[in-house]
Design a protein around this ligand. Structure first.
Ligand SMILES: [Zn+2]
Length: 348
């Protein structure tokens, strides 16, 4: 295997049609790391015995999981000053000595996450230390989701939407189908088609305090174009002032992509900021928005109930009215681009 300049890099993905598939390569990486990296092995074994409670909410499922291994990520101080002070744990010089990687398309490294939420949880980091910005992954996530299928689905946590490394561009991959939103019936979310173009369907739905945009289609190019236009619209009319906040999950199955985009308005719910026993440590990222709420403290796990789940989701989700504004802007922009491209010269 080719060995690159990063100290712990061991394998390189040969590309489409180049031999070993990406899932096979990643399964081999993970199996090897379970033998050579005690931290990963211990945390993976512990994962098998985590406690879980399933809540049925309006026909859908939300799972609450007690996972003490996630405490540092949940409590991570993502204030820019604090982030600037600490060494970046995704940069090669600070990564654990035992952590090996797969070079993906020249720019990305696939790693095993030593604090897994699900079995074989992967982190996909950019080789350069650059900001966690949605623009950096829009062209990467659909292709990665396709290549990692059918074993993994891929997700992105925005810098103020659950990412504990807002300073280093990265994606994550978890077992495909593990997150409830992937298997919820569309009726659970009351999904309504809002736009259709070149075989891609954009839909909008709500459930238990959350809002969700889905994009579904069999062709990567129009799918990516509509995703970019949705993100453009979120930048024009963000649900809260500043950079748009979001979580994005992509899966590929039976020749079709489904992208799940959760527009956000707040990084953490009100209960996170309470004092003493009133506090509940929950820091929603894609995993939580997609229906699996991680509680690293047992007391929080035991206290969780339906009303609290709805409140947490309401606190951090963009509300339906704000998402409607994004969709209005999306449509207006699309219609103006169509009319300019097709009609303006003739009319002029
Ligand atoms: Zn870094």
């Amino acid at each position: 295997m080719e060995r690159m300049d990063d100290a712990n890099e061991t394998m390189a993905y040969p590309g489409d049609g180049g031999g070993e598939s990406l899932p096979d390569l990643c399964l081999r990486l993970h199996a090897g790391q379970m033998m050579t990296w005690p931290l990963l092995a211990e945390n993976s074994v512990a994962l098998a015995s985590v406690c879980e409670r399933a809540f049925g909410l309006d026909g859908g499922t939300v799972n609450v999981v007690f996972n003490p291994g996630r405490i540092n990520s949940t409590k991570a101080d993502t204030d820019p000053a604090a982030v600037a002070r600490r060494p970046c744990f995704l940069c090669p010089e600070n990564r654990p000595r035992e952590q090996e990687s797969i070079l993906y398309l020249g720019e990305w490294l696939i790693l095993c996450n030593p604090y897994p939420i699900f079995p074989r949880h992967l982190t996909v980091v950019h080789r350069e230390h650059r900001l966690q910005d949605i623009r950096g992954i829009l062209g990467v996530l659909p292709g990665l989701a396709r290549r990692l299928s059918p074993v993994w689905s891929v997700f992105f946590n925005g810098p103020l939407s659950g990412a504990s490394a807002p300073d280093h561009l990265h994606l994550q991959a978890v077992p495909s189908g593990a997150l409830p939103v992937e298997t919820d019936s569309p009726s659970v979310w009351n999904l309504k088609t809002v736009h259709e173009r070149e075989g891609v369907v954009l839909s909008f739905g709500t459930h238990a305090g959350r809002t969700l945009l889905t994009m579904e289609g069999a062709r990567e190019e129009p799918l990516s174009r509509i995703l970019i236009e949705v993100v453009d619209a979120m930048e024009r009319v963000p649900p809260t002032p500043g950079k748009p906040m979001m979580n994005l999950l992509g899966r590929f199955r039976d020749g079709r992509w489904t992208l799940f985009l959760f527009p956000r308005r707040q990084g953490r719910p009100e209960v996170f900021f309470r004092e003493g026993e009133e506090q509940i440590l929950v820091s929603p990222g894609t995993v939580e928005m997609a229906g699996t709420i991680i509680t690293p403290r047992e007391a929080d796990f035991l206290r969780m109930n339906e009303a609290l789940i709805r409140q947490i989701y309401r606190d951090v989700s963009a509300d339906a009215g704000a998402v409607e504004k994004v969709l209005d802007s999306f449509r207006e922009h699309y219609l103006s681009s169509v009319s300019c491209a097709g009609k303006c010269p003739e009319e002029g």
